[in-house]
Design a protein around this ligand. Structure first.
Ligand SMILES: Cc1cc2nc3c(=O)[nH]c(=O)nc-3n(C[C@H](O)[C@H](O)[C@H](O)COP(=O)(O)O)c2cc1C
Ligand SMILES: C=C(O[C@@H]1CC(C(=O)O)=C[C@@H](OP(=O)(O)O)[C@H]1O)C(=O)O
Length: 389
């Protein structure tokens, strides 16, 4: 499986093309829309989300509610485009450059300057339009298709917020998967811990009033992955490594950890590793899950626990960062009209979908996947095989 996306933030639309989804898999368009709507929500979003209503149009690869095995193409319109036709529409005339509002002021913390240097764009709108996290809508659409596949194989993926602006959600023992999903989806900041929720809202409001922004940590929790998905034989087949790459590829994500993650550095080995046990009903399992469900680049059969850290949004409303105009070389402060004060809740939805895509990809590589029924049968047989191993 693989996917590509195309489209600019204020252009006409975003397109996703997904290749490798098995044929004859049932799929519901509204499930993709639910994922898109979740990504648009979350406390701390800016004014753009009031303009957009992300709904997917299926333009290829699905017929009468089933996948065909051919590439799936999905389109999401940018409703804001109607306000940007002069700037983003087709207009080759140089004298209209003013109308196109050429961007010569690179914003720190964005792709603007590095992208301009690399591609030679003197109008950095050509960089920022594509490097914008608007593209994550197209990625969520791809991930929603992957989630549909996983769910029908008994694998559930939940994404939620773990930390915002230094406020950390407490771990709640014994939550079921359904509780994780419903708690996060019924929380304005998409967090499982109700006490932390109120504090996070206060911190976001404070940052917003001060014209500042907040980052945080998102967690993705996965149940139902059989042991042995991924591989130890090559660096590029290690599933944890692939997930790390996918998570850091989300805009503004700066790091990843699995299970206890960076805390492992402070602990002795006896407190870090997960001991192996066996019983008739579960087969092999671990008595703890500190390593977050991965050993040797493969799943261990325990729930996957993956966290990603998001830096605070770089566009600051009242505390603009210092930069340099690329035409005049004069210093200026990067002012803006609109930006998200905190997009960590929305980013938790993006991370959930990005993780789902990598898991579905690994599964379809490992098991026969031309037809969905064959994939399902193969996974069921494999689960039984490893239970009796
Ligand atoms: C869901 C989401 C929404 C974002 N919204 C904004 C925003 O409104 N303003 C902004 O300056 N950056 C926003 N960002 C962050 C930028 O896209 C990101 O900092 C930029 O692409 C630079 O990428 P890098 O931090 O990965 O280097 C958002 C990121 C995500 C994931
Ligand atoms: C459009 C989205 O996020 C955008 C991501 C983004 C950025 O720089 O990454 C900047 C903002 O763009 P705008 O200036 O158009 O408001 C966000 O709104 C979205 O998530 O759908």
């Amino acid at each position: 499986m693989r996917y590509l996306t195309a489209g600019e933030s204020h252009g006409k639309q975003l397109t996703t093309i997904i290749e490798g989804i098995p044929a004859r898999m049932p799929i519901v368009q509204d499930d993709i829309n639910q994922s898109l709507l979740r990504r648009q929500g979350g406390y701390g979003r800016g004014k753009r989300q009031q303009i957009e209503k992300d709904l997917v149009e299926i333009t290829g690869g699905i017929r009468h509610g089933y996948t065909l095995g051919s590439p799936i193409s999905l389109v999401i319109n940018n409703d804001d485009f109607k306000h940007w036709t002069d700037i983003m529409g087709e207009d080759p005339l140089e004298e209209n450059a003013k109308i196109r509002r050429v961007v010569s002021n690179p914003r720190p913390g964005h792709a603007d300057l590095n992208g301009a240097l690399k591609y030679g764009h003197r109008d950095m709108r050509n960089v920022l339009e594509r490097s914008s996290a608007r593209e994550t809508a197209a990625r969520v659409a791809a991930g929603a298709v992957a989630k549909t596949l996983l769910k029908q194989l008994g694998i559930e993926v939940a994404g939620y917020v773990k930390e915002i602006g230094g406020i950390r959600a407490q771990e709640i023992e014994g939550l079921t998967m359904d509780e994780r999903i419903s708690r996060s989806q019924n929380s304005p900041v998409m967090v499982l811990d109700k006490d932390a929720e109120q504090q996070m809202i206060q911190e976001i409001d404070k940052a917003k009033n001060e014209g500042d922004t907040l980052g945080g940590v998102c967690e993705v929790y996965v149940e139902g992955m059989p042991a042995g998905v991924g591989s130890y034989v090559h660096y590029d087949r290690k599933l944890d490594a692939r997930l790390a790459s996918a998570v850091v590829s989300i805009n503004a994500f700066k790091g990843v950890e699995f299970g206890i993650g960076f805390d492992a550095a402070k602990m002795p080995g006896s407190d870090v590793h997960d001991e192996i046990a066996w019983n008739e009903s579960k087969g092999y399992h671990r008595t703890s899950n500190r390593l977050g469900g991965f050993e040797g680049g493969m799943t261990s059969g325990m729930p996957l626990v993956i966290r990603g850290v998001m830096k605070p949004i770089p566009t600051l409303m009242k505390r603009p960062l210092q930069s340099v105009n690329i035409e005049t070389k004069e210093a200026f402060k990067a002012t803006v009209e609109r930006s998200d004060p905190c997009a960590v809740p929305a980013a938790s939805v993006v991370m959930e979908h990005v993780v789902a895509f990598e898991l579905a990809k690994a599964i379809t590589e490992q098991f026969p996947s031309d037809q969905f029924s064959n994939l399902k049968k193969a996974i069921d047989e494999y689960r039984e095989e490893i239970r009796c191993f």
